[in-house]
Design a protein around this ligand. Structure first.
Ligand code: FAD
Length: 567
């Protein structure tokens, strides 16, 4: 079969699905298969060499023809970079032969964000490839300007509130559009809504509802979620809707417990802010943290959890055998058990172009899972603690160069001396003191960072393939009573650790349950807990585990909510 040629301008303006396969027979077969399934909605085209493919892709870019997916059998980084430069929104999919070795070029390309997906061939049947392609195409479609905008936001150019509005809309997967108040369209929208531009931003819902200068509860209400708790009492109150709290809500509600989940903002926690979580099991190409958390939230709701957003827990007390959670709006919630899943406020780099590349060369936290992909790369670690030192030594085994970026004059106060010695004696690890990351970026994946050298008052842009941010965080425990034991850093002490800490005052005639705090019936799950792993999957695991412990506790107060619940 002769491949369909790319048009300089697609007559029907169909987006293009482009294949690069060095084997002509294989290319023809692929084009034929893809045309059969996707030919109505996409223009299917291809080439047998990188040079010809770049020529074609260049023509398509010049003709403003959108390219949705480029399937390529070559993982060379400069080729992938060119494809991305020509068609930044196209999904790059590697066609990989069956080679599951850790040195496969796909491993590095995926970790560094140079490719989005892969397909291993040969595939068992067409449906396997079609299913995968449908996922790639729907991910591309999701990122295009929505054809229907549920919300239109009119804001002044440069208004800092726009970021917050963007975050909330994205976390709820709301199709929305932004319009500058100074633009023709913005002015028309305000006119049609019958408001002027004196108080911005203005949020206009598809049904005509207008919200002027909304706060978080206003927005949450307009989106259709609960912001007021109307339950007086429940079996279990869960505070915090990150991965730990949401999972606890899924399990508690599905196992018949009256469950109320309270969240001060919107669902997702820290995980919800990550554009790409690469290490969550079951998602080999990674998953957008917001999407993962939104699905978990819907699951908790469908299981029957009562979810309340924009409602902060401000205090907790014991009253007559119950635990009472006090909310910011002055209301109270009585619960037989409480799960605290309020997580940690991670210190962020605060450099917007780098935040946009989290998961694609910018990583918060430990580096072990990414280390092999760092082979021969230039890697930077921001931080001066032991975890930063350990990560530097580990990554130095693979990377061409590892640079520790340290804000202060020395690492000796924050890093153990054995690590300092090891760092100093490792030839490819460099420490730059009094240095901060002030900018950076890359086209789809990290390419460079800008460093401010505070000692010499200079600024320098350096090439960078990966940055690991390890600057710690503060646990959200300031709202809790003193009786709930914390360690020296404010994390909640639980289970057997309470017995090792005399000041925790565990005075029950039973041992504390695994995730129980020093106040019986109050549990902790996820990052907030002393010794927690600080990972999405571990927070999810603790969220599921804690519900079993809540059952164990409540079992003492018969009858059980569900008779055959747990053996
Ligand atoms: C940018 C970034 C990227 C990351 N990437 C990865 C990754 O790729 N893989 C990985 O495994 N881990 C990753 N992590 C770590 C992971 O996100 C956390 O380990 C995980 O989110 C912890 O879940 P949690 O439920 O314990 O707490 P959190 O996710 O922190 O959720 C806590 C929730 O509690 C709410 N809350 C706090 N106080 C109150 C209160 N008083 N009342 C009501 N609600 C309250 C907060 O608003 C928040 O929604 C990343 C973290 C960051 C910051």
């Amino acid at each position: 079969m002769t491949p369909r040629r790319w048009p300089t301008r697609s007559p029907s303006n169909l987006p293009v699905l482009f294949v690069v396969d060095h084997d002509r027979t294989s290319l023809d077969a692929l084009l034929s298969d893809l045309s059969r399934r996707f030919g109505n909605d996409f223009m299917v085209s291809g080439e047998t060499s990188a040079a010809a493919a770049l020529g074609a892709l260049r023509e398509l870019a010049a003709g403003n023809v959108p390219v949705a997916v480029v399937l390529l059998d070559e993982a060379a980084s400069d080729f992938l970079a060119c494809v991305h430069e020509l068609h930044p929104s196209a999904k790059r999919v590697l066609l990989v032969n069956r080679d599951y070795s850790s040195t496969s070029p796909a491993v590095q390309a995926m970790t560094l964000g140079r490719a989005d997906y892969h397909i291993v061939r040969p595939w068992a049947d067409e449906e396997t490839a079609y299913r995968a392609m449908s996922e790639f195409l729907s991910s591309w479609t999701r990122e295009q300007k929505p054809s229907f905008e549920e919300f239109r936001i009119v804001a002044a150019e440069g208004d800092s509130r726009v970021l917050q509005l963007h975050d909330v809309m994205t976390r709820f997967s709301m199709p929305f559009g932004f319009y500058a108040a100074e633009s023709d369209q913005g002015r028309r929208l305000l006119d049609d809504a019958g408001v002027d531009a004196t108080r911005l931003p203005v949020v206009i819902r598809y049904d005509g509802q207008v919200i002027i200068d909304p706060d978080l509860p206003d927005l949450a209400r307009a989106i259709g979620v609960n912001v007021k708790n109307d339950a007086d009492a429940c079996d279990v109150a869960i505070v915090g809707a990150g991965p730990a709290g949401l999972t606890a809500a899924v399990y508690a509600a599905s196992e018949g417990l009256e469950t109320v989940l309270l969240e001060r903002a919107v669902s997702g926690g820290q995980a919800g802010t990550s554009p790409l979580i690469r290490n969550y099991p079951g998602f080999p190409h990674g998953i957008n943290g917001g999407v993962l958390m939104e699905r978990t939230c819907e699951q908790a709701w469908l299981m029957g959890a009562h979810i309340v957003f924009a409602q902060q827990a401000v205090a907790l007390e014991e009253r007559g055998g119950d635990r009472v959670v006090h909310l910011l709006d002055g209301s109270e919630l009585r619960a037989r058990a409480v799960v605290i899943a309020t997580g940690v406020e991670w210190r962020r780099l605060g450099v917007p172009p780098l935040e946009a590349l989290v998961g694609s060369g910018v990583f918060y936290g430990a580096a072990a899972s990414e280390s092999r992909a760092m082979t021969d790369q230039d890697v930077f670690i921001v931080g001066a603690g032991n975890s930063a030192g350990q990560a530097a030594l580990h990554l130095a085994k693979y990377a061409r160069a590892v640079t520790l970026l340290v804000r202060g004059d020395s690492v000796t106060k924050s890093m153990s001396s054995y690590l300092v010695r090891a760092v100093e004696s490792t030839p490819n690890v460099l420490v730059r003191h009094r240095t901060e990351v002030v900018d950076g970026g890359g086209d789809g994946s990290l390419e460079s960072i800008t460093l401010a050298d505070r000692a010499n008052d200079t600024v320098e842009e350096v090439p960078a393939n990966a940055v690991f941010v390890m600057i710690g965080g503060e646990p959200h425990t300031d709202w809790l009573p003193d009786e709930i034991a914390r360690d020296g850093h404010g994390y909640l002490v639980t289970g057997g650790d309470l017995l090792k800490q005399p000041e925790a005052h565990w005075d029950q005639d039973r041992e504390p349950l695994l995730l129980e705090t020093s106040v019986p019936g109050v549990f902790a799950a996820g990052d907030i807990r002393q010794g927690s792993i600080k990972r999405v999957a571990s927070a999810v695991g603790e969220g599921a585990t804690v519900v079993r412990l809540v059952h164990d506790l409540l079992r003492e107060d018969e009858p059980q909510p569900v008779a055959n619940l747990l053996s």
